[in-house]
Design a protein around this ligand. Structure first.
Ligand SMILES: NC(=O)c1ccc[n+]([C@@H]2O[C@H](COP(=O)([O-])OP(=O)(O)OC[C@H]3O[C@@H](n4cnc5c(N)ncnc54)[C@H](OP(=O)(O)O)[C@@H]3O)[C@@H](O)[C@H]2O)c1
Length: 249
């Protein structure tokens, strides 16, 4: 197994011998988290809805010597979540050290324009999915003797970004779940933390960043760039650090 290829390579940190489930690992933040955990020696399972993309990622990871497996799973579907956790339990012998709840979706509209279907999709994908996966993972995390849950929340769960109220509500709920689980499951040696990124250039928000630049026009490019540099990790590769730091403290 390859080790120390990540940004913490050479630091002496190792996750060798640990197991991790990272949801939504084929793109963006999830992809970077899989790479970092596997680079530090963890055995990782991930999932997404697109089998072809999973196969492509697995080829890339195996070429790097990483120990990664993956399943097709729609995280918004209860039965598929149950099947995912059965698989994880079977490949990791009933023990899971790290659960990274990364799957999330967003589409921004003024609040009055959201439909009932929009509400349901965002709530189910972002909140119900993470909540249920924690319930399913609890026995496995407890059995590991040193469990850790990391939620991928958002700055939108703390302050208003103007639109995207449903998304914001799911991320605020995630922040509270983080605290509840930390208190409730500390007795089981399970830690619970969340990471709340600002804009990261991934497939989820590329169109938002592009439209901001288009609206403001080229003459404001210098201003927006300096603003984004101040407040934005423009690459998802900057953000796995936060997740991995949690695994070491
Ligand atoms: N990018 C940002 O600026 C930003 C900022 C704050 C927080 N976040 C949060 O970070 C997390 C990851 O976002 P990202 O920007 O990396 O998104 P992304 O680039 O769209 O990647 C999302 C990943 O999750 C998978 N996925 C999405 N819906 C899924 C579902 N229902 N079931 C299974 N897999 C699913 C995607 O694969 P498939 O689509 O093929 O299934 C993909 O692998 C989200 O929770 C998001 O809210 C992002």
């Amino acid at each position: 197994m390859a080790e120390s290829n990540g940004s913490f390579g050479g630091s002496g940190w190792s996750l060798r011998g640990t197991t991790a489930l990272v949801t939504g690992g084929t793109r963006g933040i999830g992809y970077a988290v899989v790479e970092e955990l596997a680079g530090l020696g963890a055995t990782v399972h991930t999932c997404s809805r697109n089998e072809a993309e999973i196969e492509k990622c697995l080829r890339e990871w195996h070429a790097k010597g990483f120990s990664v497996t993956a399943s097709v799973c729609d995280g918004s579907d209860r039965a598929q979540r149950e099947k995912l956790m059965e698989k994880v339990s079977s490949i990791f012998n009933g023990k899971l050290n790290i659960l990274v709840n990364n799957v999330g979706t967003s589409f921004r509209k003024p609040t009055v324009d959201y439909s009932a279907a929009d509400y349901s999709t965002i709530m189910t994908t972002n909140l119900e999915s993470a909540y249920h996966l924690c319930q399913l993972a609890h026995p496995l995390l407890k059995a590991s003797g040193a469990g850790s849950i990391v939620f991928v929340s958002s700055v939108a769960g703390v302050v208003s970004l103007g639109t995207g109220s449903i998304y914001a509500a799911t991320k605020a709920a995630i922040n509270q779940l983080t605290k509840n689980f930390a208190c409730e499951w500390a007795k089981d040696n399970i830690r619970s933390n969340s990471v709340a990124p600002w804009y990261i250039k991934t497939s989820l928000v590329e169109h938002v960043i592009s439209s901001i630049l288009l609206i403001l026009g080229m003459k404001h490019l210098f201003f927006i760039n300096s603003m984004l540099c101040k407040h934005t990790s423009f690459s998802h590769h900057d953000h796995y650090n936060s997740v991995v730091l949690i695994e070491h403290h």
